[in-house]
Ligand binder design. Structure first.
Ligand SMILES: Cc1cc2nc3c(=O)[nH]c(=O)nc-3n(C[C@H](O)[C@H](O)[C@H](O)COP(=O)(O)OP(=O)(O)OC[C@H]3O[C@@H](n4cnc5c(N)ncnc54)[C@H](O)[C@@H]3O)c2cc1C
Length: 417
């Protein structure tokens, strides 16, 4: 393609777009309002987890109602006047059907396999020291209800070409001795990997730079500029204009209103999550062999380099980075019930970030109708690390060739009307 592409947003999705475009010899300028990987891409759980059903599924609503009455639950909806959030929640509920799960899996299952392939391809081509480990992870259950749900999900995933393995408590403990005797069982997902997400984004950004991309930090975009149905560039907060022939909008949950001015609807809410990193040691985290998600608590425990990252919770409280102590503490309190060796050492890092939660649980990746050569890539929810690189590839296809693999058509923003 002739001309310059601007990528707005320097999280895993934006950096992946910049990398894929630069790899195809396109002139790329990435504009990041603060620093690279300053959003959810910095401190997430670091799992590349392919092929899972969306968050919207039957049973989700009764589960949410049960959780809302429980102060220790992973879900928190701040009571406040926010019509956009209430509309989003009402629409979210409408997608919680078996038909939606099946339709979503028709896209997410092949997309997940492409996502894994994208990581393997990038990590083979570039030197990115991010501790990538393709060893899978365990879904660990301590209750009958949790186990039933996990096994049901494993069956869905299996029908779509993946190879999850059901395990009883003994099998789980043999594989991960850090777990308590009380776990009932779970599932091993072999088609998954773990990595340090911040190191990955920074490494990929360096690789994009080597391919010729210009990555500018401290550059907040305040307007998408168009003329006669074509994009002409963007305006920055200091009033300056950067001209472009195409734009990829990858701002996570932020500033989507700037694209919605073109007429497209992007129903995304910020879903806050937290992490606590605890160093491995006699008074800290047990040395875990492999990542585990603690099913009932929805806490990921990912062994990274010298520490274990405990990450989770889903808090709907708007676009803010306020850290609630009780949510942070909940991560390790819940984890201690599954990992008796977890001590009370001070965390080496505490963090929160906002997931871009699309109302139907599918990422929003496609061309914006109504303006030529504007692509959007947001709404990746709990899977933005997993789907970042493959989304970058889809955006590059769309902006360079005007089209992409037809299997990804259901991800386009026009689905919301
Ligand atoms: C606790 C937690 C655990 C998670 N675990 C996993 C996991 O294990 N696996 C997984 O796949 N996903 C996981 N996720 C989800 C994943 O982190 C997100 O989906 C992903 O990081 C979203 O990436 P993004 O690039 O779309 O958004 P972001 O990371 O938010 O990046 C957007 C960037 O755009 C910039 N920006 C915004 N507005 C503008 C503007 N106007 N101009 C310029 N720049 C702008 C922001 O500063 C930011 O840097 C987790 C998330 C959380 C919170």
């Amino acid at each position: 393609m002739q001309g310059r592409v601007i990528v707005v947003g320097g999280g895993v999705v934006g950096v992946s777009c910049a990398y894929e475009l630069a790899a195809r010899s396109v002139e790329v300028v990435l504009l990041e309002r603060t620093t690279l990987a300053s959003g959810a891409s910095r401190g997430n759980a670091g799992t590349v987890s392919a092929g899972h059903p969306p968050l919207n599924k039957p049973g989700r609503v009764p589960q949410a109602i049960r959780q809302m009455g429980d102060p220790s639950s992973p879900l928190y909806i701040q009571p406040r006047w926010d019509p956009a959030l209430w509309k989003w929640l009402a629409d979210f509920v409408r997608y919680c059907t078996d038909q939606h799960v099946e339709a979503a899996m028709g896209v997410m299952a092949p997309l997940g396999l492409e996502a894994l392939a994208a990581f393997e391809r990038i990590l083979a081509a570039e030197t990115i020291d991010c501790g990538y480990r393709a060893a899978g992870y365990f879904d660990v259950c301590a209750t009958e209800r949790g186990l039933e749900g996990a096994w049901h999900e494993a069956e869905i995933i299996q029908r779509h070409g993946y190879h999850p393995e059901k395990l009883d408590g003994r099998g789980l403990r043999a594989a991960e001795p850090a777990l308590t005797e009380d776990v009932l069982g779970g599932v091993y997902f072999p088609e998954a990997a773990t990595l340090d997400p911040y190191a990955f984004v920074v490494g990929l950004a360096n690789a994009a730079r080597k391919l010729g991309a210009r990555l500018q930090e401290g550059a907040p975009v305040t307007e998408l500029l168009t003329r006669s149905g074509r994009v002409t560039g963007v305006r920055l907060a200091d009033g300056s204009v950067v001209a472009a022939d195409a734009v990829a909008w990858a701002t996570g949950p932020y500033d989507l209103g700037l694209v919605e001015r073109t007429g497209v609807r992007l129903p995304v809410q910020p879903g806050k999550g937290y992490h606590r990193d605890i160093r491995v040691g006699p008074r800290g985290a047990p040395p875990m062999r492999i990542a585990c998600v603690l099913n009932e608590a929805s806490v990921f425990c990912t062994p990274m380099r010298g520490f274990v990252r405990f990450a989770g919770t889903m808090e709907f409280s708007g676009l803010n980075d306020v850290m609630r102590r009780e949510r942070l503490e909940q991560l390790t309190t819940a984890a201690a019930r599954y990992l008796p060796g977890l001590g009370d050492d001070e965390p080496i890092s505490e963090w929160c970030g906002l997931r871009p939660m699309a109302v139907d649980g599918l990422p929003i990746v496609g061309l914006v109708p109504g303006v030529e050569r504007v692509a959007v890539a947001t709404g990746h929810g709990m899977l933005g690390l997993t789907l970042g690189p493959v989304s970058g590839r889809i955006v590059a296809d769309l902006l360079i060739d005007g089209t992409t693999d037809s299997r990804w058509a259901p991800l386009g923003p026009e689905r919301f009307g």
